[in-house]
Design a binder for this molecule. Structure first.
Ligand code: ADP
Length: 493
């Protein structure tokens, strides 16, 4: 009997395929990294064909590990790195250019120019014009790849975020579609009409014909092709990675929030069925279920969280692995005034400034690597606190925070976060909250899971961290360090 849910988690550095049962228990997991390309400083590209082949490898390895075949799969959920842009020729199926990754800053200048029209983009899309989003990346391909414009004129050019690219390929080119949580990361999707915005498409010179159909997040995304995937199964749920984690953490009620601490940090709060703007934060679609009103989220996007720990390991060589960071940080009783503002690629929410760079302040003769490691861990929590502070200023107070992601293995960091925010921080027992979110949505649609209540009931916490210490003094030190960071760049936020 087909009763399992296959989740495809297409991340920034690796693909995963996970087979879940209806309770969120994992039967098998396969993961494989793929190549990262950095052709120029600040540029980041992926090979879309490699993403596809890596994802297909993960599917077959996962089924092999589970000792089952495609006939046991009731449905498929897809979650993906957001904003990353693929443009391809629909007659050959070949991308006209590598995928331009969300981290890529090549469209910074264009985005800076669009800041003059911030009001228009903010009002319509909920986003701050930035190189982060897909729209400017599509425009760059149209302007810089010679064959792209001609293909676009003949109606043969297709655009997709990674969900769309995977769906198109897994269904053998039958479906060119996406859903609102991914669409709302393009700077081209109107949050109110839930459709592509013709004025914004025109503003960026992007033909409407390139754009995928926008279905519900639990829409009919087609059947996988036996020739390509090895079996037929319906794709019934799709969400961008951060919205998938919000769903997987069962944040179904307005006011519920989650934060994922991976390479970057992403705090999302469910704001219900009416969208509104908060300065410095993004308003985005959380999900849209068939026949129900869209659910919106307010998002703080932090570009460097766990990546700062990677930098201590790979850039400075002062730690051997990320796990070690906890014992090193707790070997000192406090940061002793040392702060690290990890603006290594500028700062995202709530500052949105790409010109600032990382700074370390407060060094003395007594400072050592432990202070620096501690400062990097504290910085994850301070940046999330900056986002929470903005939310609070606009009437959104967190009651508790559900957390997931690799860096939440660090108990010191999670405890520090709870101290700073003054609320309980709850680590989910579902380590794969993102993949589970897409699986749960797909399972709900396919009838494997009965209701949202069932998903909420199967959610379990692993550990709850409650506030233990007053960190107001530490936070004041961070804010002073931030001022210094902006001053170094000659910026006055
Ligand atoms: P992503 O999905 O973005 O690749 P993961 O959720 O796999 O990220 O988490 C990996 C990140 O978490 C890395 O940046 C790593 O430095 C950080 N990390 C992993 N374990 C720890 C730890 N024990 N302490 C601090 N950071 C950690």
């Amino acid at each position: 009997m087909s009763r399992y849910i296959l989740s495809l988690d297409q991340g920034t550095t690796s693909c995963r395929a996970i087979l879940f049962d209806r309770n969120g228990d994992t039967l098998a997991l396969a993961q494989k990294e793929f190549s990262q390309h950095f052709p120029k400083p600040g540029w980041v590209e992926h090979d879309p064909m490699e993403i596809l082949s890596t994802q297909l490898d993960c599917i077959s390895q996962c089924l092999e590990k589970a000792g089952t075949d495609g006939s046991s799969i009731a449905c498929i959920g897809i979650t993906n790195q957001r904003e990353t842009t693929v443009v391809w020729d629909c007659t050959t199926g070949k991308p006209v250019y590598p995928a331009i990754v969300w981290q890529c800053r090549r469209t910074q200048e264009l985005s800076n120019r669009l800041r003059n029209e911030s009001d228009l983009f903010r009002r319509k899309t909920g986003l701050v014009p930035d190189a982060y989003f897909s729209g400017p990346k599509i425009k760059w391909i149209l302007d810089n790849v010679p064959e792209a414009a001609a293909l676009a004129d003949s109606g043969k050019l297709l655009f997709g975020t990674i969900d769309t690219w995977l769906i198109w390929n897994l269904t053998g080119g039958k479906k060119h579609c996406t859903e609102p949580s991914n669409a709302s990361r393009t700077m081209l999707f109107n949050l109110e009409t839930l459709s592509w915005d013709e004025q914004l498409l025109e503003r960026l010179g992007i033909p409407f014909d390139m754009m995928p159909a926008v279905l519900s997040s639990d829409g009919d995304f087609g059947m996988t092709s036996k020739n390509i995937v090895g079996f037929e199964a319906p794709i019934t749920g799709v969400l961008g990675d951060q919205q998938a984690a919000l769903f997987g953490q069962a944040c179904f009620r307005q006011g519920m929030a989650k934060c994922t601490y991976g390479t970057g940090g992403f705090l999302l709060v469910n704001i219900g069925t009416a969208s509104h703007l908060v300065p410095g934060l993004l308003t985005t679609l959380a999900w849209k279920l068939d026949g129900q009103p869209a659910v919106y989220a307010l998002e703080g996007a932090i570009f460097i969280a766990g990546a700062a720990i990677q930098w201590l390991r790979d850039g400075l060589g002062i730690i051997e692995n990320s796990e070690q960071s906890e014992s090193i940080a707790t070997s000192v009783g406090s940061n002793e005034g040392v702060y690290f503002v990890p603006a290594l690629v500028g700062l995202g929410s709530p500052w949105w400034d790409s010109s600032v760079r990382g700074t370390i302040v407060g060094l003395t003769r007594g400072s050592g690597r432990a202070h620096l490691v501690r400062a990097a861990l504290e910085a994850m929590a301070y940046q999330v606190a900056d986002v929470a502070t903005k939310m609070k200023e606009h009437g959104i107070c967190l009651e508790e925070l559900r957390v997931d992601g690799g860096a939440t293995r660090n108990k010191f960091m999670v405890q520090f976060q709870s101290d700073l925010l003054g609320v309980s921080v709850i680590r989910s027992s579902q380590v794969e909250a993102t993949a589970w979110g897409a699986a749960a949505l797909a399972g709900l649609k396919a009838g494997v899971i009965a209701s949202l209540d069932e998903i909420a009931e199967s959610w379990q916490h692993d550990q709850t961290f409650t506030p233990q210490e007053d960190r107001a003094g530490d936070y004041a030190g961070w804010q002073a360090a931030l001022k210094g960071t902006f001053a170094c760049a000659g910026v006055h936020p």
